[in-house]
Design a protein. Structure first.
Length: 93
């Protein structure tokens, strides 16, 4: 199963650091870097972040979230701000 993580700028800031994105890539996640996305016309950052999403093949959604949590050290259930919503979202493809 393919699981995609999507980051949201919640509360006026991104919740993953550049190092978190690099760690995800090293853990086997396919990170969609801003610099590689033609929509951003060669920019290396979009509103301060180097990436907004990453995907991985995992046996289940839960396994992918455990991997993400162990890799980033972040809480996937963080609520974020009320107007922007959750900063961390996961979906199965």
């Amino acid at each position: 199963m393919r699981v995609t993580y999507k980051s949201r700028d919640s509360g006026g800031d991104w919740w993953l650091s550049d190092q978190d994105w690099l760690a995800l890539e090293q853990a086997g996640w396919d990170v969609c870097w801003v610099k590689d996305d033609p929509r951003y016309q060669g920019e290396t950052r979009w509103r301060g972040t180097v990436a907004k999403r990453a995907s991985i093949d995992a046996p289940s959604l839960e396994a992918a979230i455990v991997n993400w949590t162990q890799t980033t050290g972040r809480d996937p259930n963080t609520r974020g701000c009320e107007c922007c919503g959750q900063p961390h979202n996961f979906e199965c493809e």
